[in-house]
Ligand binder design. Structure first.
Ligand code: SAH
Ligand code: SF4
Ligand code: F3S
Length: 468
């Protein structure tokens, strides 16, 4: 038994990450059994699910999308906002009933919610039918947790300060065209509203050689695109203390000649000129940057602990636009942070007017237990926050449509990922600037980068026709 502890999780010691090889030596006793896995969170969470699937299939199991037909049920949870919790506990209700009918089903809960003390306490008290809880630091133990769960009572194995880096992971990837590649785990930024530094631990970079090796392997398997993953990709290498930075890695990855390289997420705070230059220099680094601003008010940015001002953000934004041809930039924005006034909010709207973002994810502030912002005085009524969100979304959607309309009649490169769900005669894919396009083209184009003429533009997608 190991219970999570938020205070422990906050600690950052001088301990260097240990580099370990993943162990797949457990037996394949679960041969022929079926697993059901549901993922709730960000790209990193989804990529963790690919690791979990790799382990489950190593045990001899196959995936099912029917909850009722499964032998093992795993929920890979997210903790970023309150509604993430509600979704998981709602789903647990269904599982509870199922478990009454089929008591042999094994139920496991992993992901970021498992790293929260209050959640684990709630599971222990109210959901005793859950067989085991594991965290983001010990996914590699999933195999043994499943095998042992048949004998033991509820097992809680969640570490708060593990912080190691595992290599040799055997992922079962969802796509054979695009792949995620972890480059840095954890986050040390401690933005005052955010739970991630507690649930994911301290910043640990993977070795450059290991990342390049993984990209080369993916390329030789025919993958067309890699997305380098980190809560903060531009903090890459800082923990080596030898001057290594993200631009060095990016350049090495570009030299593998894999057709497309993306990266998420960038923090405006340590985005250097060298990074911008490398992105501009290599054709296979896609001109797309997700650059969360969170707020346009300096006062709120300070309370958020974001370490930049509105002016500094705008300066970086315009530098990117100037130096990287055709770059598209998207952002994240939180409204209704504790103490946000109408004036503060107008500063955020002003940034949207100035940047005319290609897109933005917008959220109402959600207090996360254990974070500093959850204790700040917050007297803005929810209706006011909802009205700010609606006003913001109206402007955000206006500009994303405007940016999409600029592509009308233009020819763009699209990497085709699959058949369109809505229309049999169409396929879908993404432009190098990360815009979704539904394309009239044959299924033979799946997995290829093709030229597409844009025929229609909406807020969230484009339509187009393949040109020979
Ligand atoms: N590492 C990324 C963000 C990860 S979380 C970064 O720093 O940009 C994704 C987004 O969720 C954040 O950018 C933020 O806009 C939002 N978010 C995080 N914590 C939140 C909270 N407590 N309430 C509302 N939105 C939040
Ligand atoms: Fe959260 Fe800030 Fe870290 Fe992003 S940089 S994960 S918002 S603490
Ligand atoms: Fe959610 Fe954890 Fe990602 S809290 S957004 S799954 S890092």
């Amino acid at each position: 038994m190991n219970y999570p502890n938020l205070k422990e999780a906050k600690k950052r010691s001088n301990k260097k990450a240990e580099y370990k090889i993943n162990d797949y030596s457990f037996s394949n006793k679960m041969m022929g059994k079926k697993y059901f896995l549901r993922t709730y969170g960000c790209q990193m969470n989804e990529h963790d699910s690919e690791e979990m699937k790799g382990i489950l299939e190593f045990l001899g199991m196959t995936e099912t999308d029917e909850l009722e037909n499964s032998d093992v049920i795993l929920l890979n949870t997210c903790a970023i906002r309150e509604n993430a919790h509600e979704k998981v506990f709602g789903y647990l209700g269904r599982i509870k009933h199922l478990k009454k009918e089929k008591p042999d089903i094994i139920v496991g809960i992993g992901g970021c919610m498992s790293q929260e003390e209050n959640i684990v306490n709630e599971i222990t008290k109210r959901h005793p039918y859950v067989n085991f809880v594991f965290g983001t630091h010990n996914i590699h133990e999933l195999g043994s947790l499943i095998l042992e769960s048949q004998k033991n009572k509820q097992d809680i194995e969640v570490y708060s300060m593990e912080g190691d880096v595992y290599e040799g992971i055997s992922y079962k990837r969802d796509s054979s065209i695009t792949a995620w590649v972890n480059i840095i785990y954890g986050c040390d930024k401690f933005c005052t509203y955010c739970i991630v530094p507690y649930t994911r631990g301290s910043e640990r970079s993977r070795k450059k050689e290991e990342i390049v090796k993984e990209v080369n392997e993916l390329k030789s398997k025919g993958y067309m695109e890699v997305t380098l993953l980190g809560q903060n990709v531009n903090a890459y290498g800082h923990d080596f203390h030898d001057g290594t930075e993200f631009s060095d890695l990016l350049e090495e990855v570009a030299k593998t000649n894999i057709p497309r390289i993306r990266f998420v997420t960038s923090h405006p705070w340590n985005f250097t000129d060298k990074m911008i230059d490398v992105i501009a220099k290599y054709d296979n680094i896609m001109p797309y940057i997700h650059l969360p601003i969170q707020s346009g008010s300096d006062r709120i940015l300070k309370l958020m602990g974001r370490r930049y001002t509105k002016e500094e953000y705008l300066e970086l934004f315009h530098k990117m636009k100037e130096k990287i041809p055709n770059v598209s930039i998207t952002t994240d924005i939180i409204v209704g942070f504790p103490g946000e006034t109408e004036e503060d909010f107008l500063e955020t709207l002003d940034v949207v007017e100035k940047c005319k973002f290609d897109g933005a994810f917008t959220f109402i502030f959600s207090p996360r237990e254990g974070t500093p912002a959850a204790k700040m005085k917050d007297d803005t009524p929810l209706e006011e926050k909802e009205s700010r969100l609606a006003r913001l979304n109206e402007r955000v959607n206006y500009y994303s449509k405007m940016n999409n309309e600029k592509l009308l009649e233009k020819v763009v490169h699209v990497l085709i990922l699959g058949k369109s769900e809505k229309d049999e005669s169409k396929v879908y894919g993404y432009t190098d600037t990360m815009k979704l396009v539904n394309v009239s083209a044959s299924k033979d184009t799946i997995g290829k980068i093709i030229d597409v003429k844009i025929t229609d533009a909406k807020s969230f997608s484009l339509d187009g026709t393949a040109i020979e």
